[in-house]
Design a protein. Structure first.
Length: 442
């Protein structure tokens, strides 16, 4: 059982460990990150792939602590895309074709705003002063993984690591709670009991948060031996928000259930409610979906496949001269030496969707401070000097640590001088370099 208390909210989370009778595995973990307080629930519908569930949480943690240029509204989506691509590339590199159905729900609390996204089987419910409603309900399955072909791999995008493209479902905007609101995050059978009246009563009762977590999990364990699930609950006892803002709920009809969720659904009374089948999407929605898939595919290609520095063929070694050969060399005064080394010209670069300052540094070796403070780039950056897609920036490669772009002065910008995170770069650093170059050219 994990419990933490912060200035405006408290958190409690736990999970039922997998036993000998269990077929699934669900775990959860909470940690602090540069983007805020993160809560991650990971699942494997086959407990033999359970070590991959732990890898999911480790990769999400790694991304949130190392990629610090994301918009908070996009960080959950990008973390899931990165983790899915990492798992897929790892299986491909190891020559393993895994059919594991892995899921993940990632939520971040930042400035009393709750951002969230998920892949696989997950759910997120909120309790306000008057309502108990879902904001996210997913039961993602692949149409190809049916009962007659249990070993067939799931379709790309439904689960983490199942294909080169991941399709995480994320909130259109953050949930903005007020004092008294509660958020329940669930994985596995918890999503089946979340809508029950008893669950709403548990969250509404006046009891410690850890007791509420235990009682929700007890509803799952009552189903039968071997049931496993994960749950986290957030209680905002204070809030800086004057008003509540609730995003559009994301609900997907359930197509496949784990062994224990089937038992729970069989015990529920049948209702006369029939879900309406969605009509044919308009051509504009289809076009938008296609563009999103192309953009995500390009991001994965650029992150994991494309190599910006292809191998170079070196010329053959020249023959050694005759050791007995003597050559008369005339002394040349220093004043007759060639012209001083010239600084390289700026290189135009068109910003692509999904670009970050880290990626631009890997390509050009120029710290972002030089680019942001370069006069030609005035009014070409967004708020707080953020990157904007389809805008052309002038990259001052005179400050590059890459000898391909800056063959004469690249040694002045290595990490031992600018710092591992370019923390030593400022106006004084730049002026000192310009003064050194000016002195050499006099």
């Amino acid at each position: 059982m994990e419990t933490k208390k912060f200035s405006t909210f408290e958190y409690g989370g736990s999970y039922l460990p997998a036993g000998q009778e269990s077929r699934e595995l669900h775990i959860q973990q909470a940690f602090d990150s540069p983007y805020g307080h993160a809560i991650v629930l990971a699942s494997a519908l086959d407990k033999h792939e359970g070590e991959l569930a732990a890898d999911i949480i480790e990769r999400i943690n790694y991304y949130l602590h190392n990629e610090r240029e994301d918009d908070p509204a996009e960080v959950c989506r990008n973390a899931l895309i990165y983790t899915s691509g990492y798992l897929y590339q790892q299986q491909k590199r190891d020559g393993v074709s895994s059919h594991a159905k892995l899921g993940c729900l990632c939520a971040i609390v930042r400035n009393d705003q709750v951002y969230y996204g998920a892949l696989g089987q997950a759910c997120l419910w909120i309790k306000t002063d008057r309502t108990w409603r879902p904001l996210l309900t997913l039961a993602a399955t692949a149409a190809s993984a049916d009962k007659e072909q249990p070993d067939q791999a799931p379709a790309s995008g439904h689960f983490l690591g199942s294909g080169i493209l991941a399709e995480p479902v994320c909130s259109s905007r953050a949930f903005q709670p007020v004092a008294g609101d509660m958020v329940l995050l669930g994985s596995g059978p918890v999503c089946q009991v979340a809508g029950h009246k008893s669950t709403r009563q548990i969250l509404g009762d006046n009891m410690p948060l850890q007791t509420k977590v235990s009682r929700v999990l007890r509803q799952v364990s009552d189903v039968g031996e071997g049931a496993t699930a994960a749950v986290s609950i957030l209680h905002f006892y204070q809030s800086t928000n004057a008003t509540r803002a609730i995003p559009v709920p994301i609900i997907r009809a359930q197509e496949e259930q784990g062994p224990h969720t089937k038992e729970m659904s069989a015990k529920k009374k049948k209702t006369k409610h029939n879900a309406r089948k969605g009509g044919v999407k308009s051509w504009m929605k289809n076009l938008f979906s296609l563009l999103v898939l192309i953009a995500v595919g390009y991001m994965v290609y650029d992150l994991f496949i494309y190599d910006p520095r292809p191998p170079m063929a070196l010329p053959p070694a020249s023959e050694l001269p005759d050791p007995d050969l003597t050559v008369d060399v005339e002394d040349t005064p220093l004043s007759d030496a060639g012209p001083p080394a010239e600084l390289p010209d700026d290189i135009p670069y068109r910003v692509r969707s999904g670009d970050t300052w880290s990626r631009i540094y890997l390509q050009f070796g120029v710290c972002s401070w030089f680019i942001r403070n370069h006069p030609p780039n005035v009014r070409r950056l967004g708020s707080r000097a953020g990157l904007m897609a389809d805008v052309t920036l002038m990259i001052p490669v005179r400050y590059s640590s890459n000898p391909d772009y800056n063959p004469y002065y690249y040694t002045e910008f290595t990490t031992d001088k600018v710092g591992s995170n370019c923390q030593n770069v400022n106006e004084a650093f730049r002026d000192a370099f310009e003064e050194m170059v000016g002195a050499q050219n006099r």
